[in-house]
Design a protein around this ligand. Structure first.
Ligand code: ZN
Ligand code: ZN
Length: 334
C-alpha cells in the first residue's frame, strides 16, 4: 500500500517536473564542441571556472582543453558555480553557435558528442514559442502556442534514450531563449504554468503548421490513443486559403501508401518530408508515376498554427483558440 502511494507521488512529480532535459544540436552530429561563458555571466565546467572549453571526441572519451590545460574525461557538466542555471554558448565549429540558459552536460555517445541542456520549463516554453512561431504572430496565438508547447514538455515524458526532448520538429523546434521583452516571453509569462488537460490529465499536445482545412483525429491517421484522442475540427482560414502542394512519387512508393501518419513517416524517411508534406491529399496515376495533390503542412493534429493566428487576428482569446483545436479539454495550472 505504501509503495503504491510513493509511486503515485513520484509519477506526479515527474509528470510535472519543473526542469526539462533537451538534447541540443544533435542534428550536426558533432565530434568537436566549444563551450563559452555568455554575457559575462559566471560559468563553471568540471568544477573549474573559466571562459572557454574545447571538447574533442577521442574514441569513446573526450579531450577537454581549457586555459591551456588538457585532460581526458567521460563527461563534462557546467553550471553557474552554485548548482544553478548558467548562460552559455555552445558552438559546433564551422556549423552553428547558439546561446542557452540552464545546466549543460556533454558526453560521448554513438560516435558523437551529446549535449544535454537542463533548463527551466518556462525557459524551454519561451524558446519553443520563439522558434516555432512565425514573425508577427498575434499575441493570443503566441499564448495558445505557449500552452501547447508547455503541455508537450510537461506531459511528453522521455522521448529519447539519453534525454527527454530533442530540439528539432521531431519533438519541438527549440533555439536560444528569447529576450525578456520579446513577444514569445510575454506570451509565456501570461500563461505561466497553464497546460491542456483531458479528463483531468495533462497531455502532450501536438500541433502543426497548416491543417489544410480540417484537422485530424488520431484514429483517422491510424495512431493509437494514449492520452487525448484529438478530434477533427474545421479550420475556416485553411479552408479559404489552403496551402496547396503537388509532388510526384513512383508507382512502387504509391502502392505502399496508406492514409496513416506511419505511412507518411515511412515515405519521409525514404524520400524526405517534401514527398508528402501533410496527411490531406489525393493521388492520380499517370503514365509512369503517381501525382500526389494535397493541402497543408504537418500531421494535422491539434492546433493549426495558421488557423490559430487567424482566429487571434479576428479577436479570439488564446483559450478560445485552444478550445476550438482541442475540443473537450480544459486549461489546468501545474
Ligand atoms: Zn525528438
Ligand atoms: Zn488550419
Amino acid at each position: 500500500m505504501k509503495r503504491v502511494a510513493a509511486f503515485l507521488i513520484l509519477a506526479a512529480v515527474s509528470a510535472f517536473a519543473k526542469d526539462v532535459q533537451v538534447g541540443v544540436l544533435g542534428l550536426f552530429h558533432p565530434k568537436e564542441v566549444h563551450v563559452s561563458a555568455e554575457q559575462g555571466r559566471p560559468l563553471e565546467c568540471g568544477h573549474t571556472a573559466g571562459h572557454q572549453w574545447q571538447l574533442q571526441l577521442v574514441r569513446s572519451q573526450m579531450k577537454i582543453t581549457s586555459e591551456g590545460r588538457a585532460l581526458v574525461a567521460d563527461s563534462m557538466a557546467c553550471d553557474d558555480g552554485h548548482g544553478g542555471d548558467a548562460e552559455f554558448r555552445v558552438t559546433v565549429p564551422g556549423r552553428i553557435s547558439r546561446h542557452y540558459r540552464g545546466k549543460l552536460e556533454i558526453k560521448p555517445a554513438h560516435g558523437e558528442l551529446l549535449m544535454i541542456v537542463t533548463m527551466d520549463l518556462e525557459t524551454a516554453v519561451a524558446s519553443v514559442v520563439a522558434a516555432e512561431s512565425p514573425p508577427n504572430a498575434p499575441m493570443e496565438a503566441l499564448k495558445a502556442q505557449a500552452v501547447a508547447a508547455r503541455s508537450f514538455l510537461a506531459a511528453g515524458g522521455q522521448r529519447h534514450h539519453d534525454f527527454a526532448f530533442c530540439d528539432t520538429t521531431h519533438c519541438q523546434f527549440l533555439r536560444a531563449p528569447p529576450s525578456a521583452t520579446s513577444p514569445a516571453v510575454q506570451a509565456t509569462n501570461a500563461t505561466r504554468g497553464l497546460v491542456l488537460a483531458y479528463q483531468d490529465h495533462a497531455f502532450a499536445a501536438m500541433y502543426s503548421a497548416s491543417c489544410g482545412g480540417r484537422t485530424h483525429s488520431l484514429e483517422e491517421l491510424g495512431l493509437r490513443v494514449r492520452d487525448y484522442p484529438y478530434f477533427a475540427v474545421e479550420c475556416p482560414y485553411c479552408r479559404r486559403h489552403p496551402e496547396k502542394w503537388v509532388t510526384r512519387i513512383s508507382e512502387t512508393d504509391a502502392s505502399s501508401l496508406a492514409p496513416t501518419e506511419q505511412s507518411r513517416l515511412n515515405l519521409a524517411r525514404k524520400l524526405g518530408w517534401k514527398a508528402l508534406p501533410s496527411n490531406s491529399y489525393s493521388t492520380h496515376k499517370d503514365e509512369s508515376s503517381v501525382l500526389v495533390e494535397g493541402t497543408g503542412a504537418g500531421h494535422g493534429l491539434g492546433l493549426c498554427q495558421r488557423g490559430g493566428a487567424d482566429m487571434a487576428r479576428r479577436g479570439a482569446s488564446f483559450a478560445a483558440i485552444l478550445r476550438h483545436y482541442y475540443p473537450n479539454t480544459e486549461l489546468k495550472q501545474i
